[in-house]
Write a protein that binds this ligand. Sequence first.
Ligand code: PSU
Ligand code: MN
Length: 311
Amino acid sequence: MNMTKNYLRITPRTREAIQMGLPLVALESTVITHGLPYPQNLRLAQDMEHEIEVAGAHPATIGVVRGQVVVGLSSGDLNALATDPQVRKISRRDFAAAIVQEANGGTTVAGTMLAARQAGITVFATGGIGGVHRGAPFDISTDLQALGDTPMIVVCAGAKAILDLPATLEYLETMSVPVIGYATDEFPAFYSRSSGLPVSQRLDTPEAIAAFARAHWALGNQSAVLVTNPIPRHAEIPREQVEPIIVQAVREAHERGLRGQAVTPFLLQRLGEISQRRTTEANLTLLRHNARLAAAIAIAWNNTAPSSRAI
Ligand code: PSU
Ligand code: MN
């Protein structure tokens, strides 16, 4: 059932935190390798870990280094992934290829969830999950499958606005994934706080989220609890401003015939160029914001002793 230790390496600091039952937050690395340019990507990775530590929890960034799946990347590892021009994007099906070819890779939401689960980590922070792409209804991110079959609390700022949000929400419903609005009734749209679409449940505190997750899993559900945390107001790009840029970038992706893994990184990069980095700045802010909330949820989760669980 577990990846053998040859494939999965939990670094000592992270292993100790797991063994001591301390609050942990997993972090993905595709945002480092394919989501942001160097050196912002490296700084962001360090900032997210710092936010989690300041909040009183332990970060464990996950990625693939020379064919080994690492839970709790060192700063040297982060630097290697942030600067490797050959670095791969690793979703669930890509692990084995990276392992046998001893490659470096950034793990997506789906890939990170797989490794975090093997390590026994319950809370995970990212920027925006993948979803159903616009105008390409068969391009559905594996992130949605992973959310459907991995019991984990995943904190995000909604699905990336480049996606078909109504279709993405329908898919999450099909996969039995509760979509929690953190202090909001609306599904946030990544760069914008609102989408006009409802969440399945609003919750206003980390403690309520921890209690919700316990109840969800106590009944035998295997799906994730998706917590959506709207981007802070000061960093928000209103929907009517970002939407035309997204339409343009999606059109360019179609014109270039981009497919598969290349689509999301292209769109994020083009949005940054067209908006003169405004979308990139918003992305950085929401990532740090999500790290903070995830740390609070990890602490709340740990404070609810399993012995006091009423199943
Ligand atoms: N959020 C960001 N930047 C990113 C991603 C999310 O702010 O780069 C990544 C995540 O790792 C997510 C992936 O899992 O994009 C989705 O890619 P795809 O649509 O190809 O499944
Ligand atoms: Mn895709």
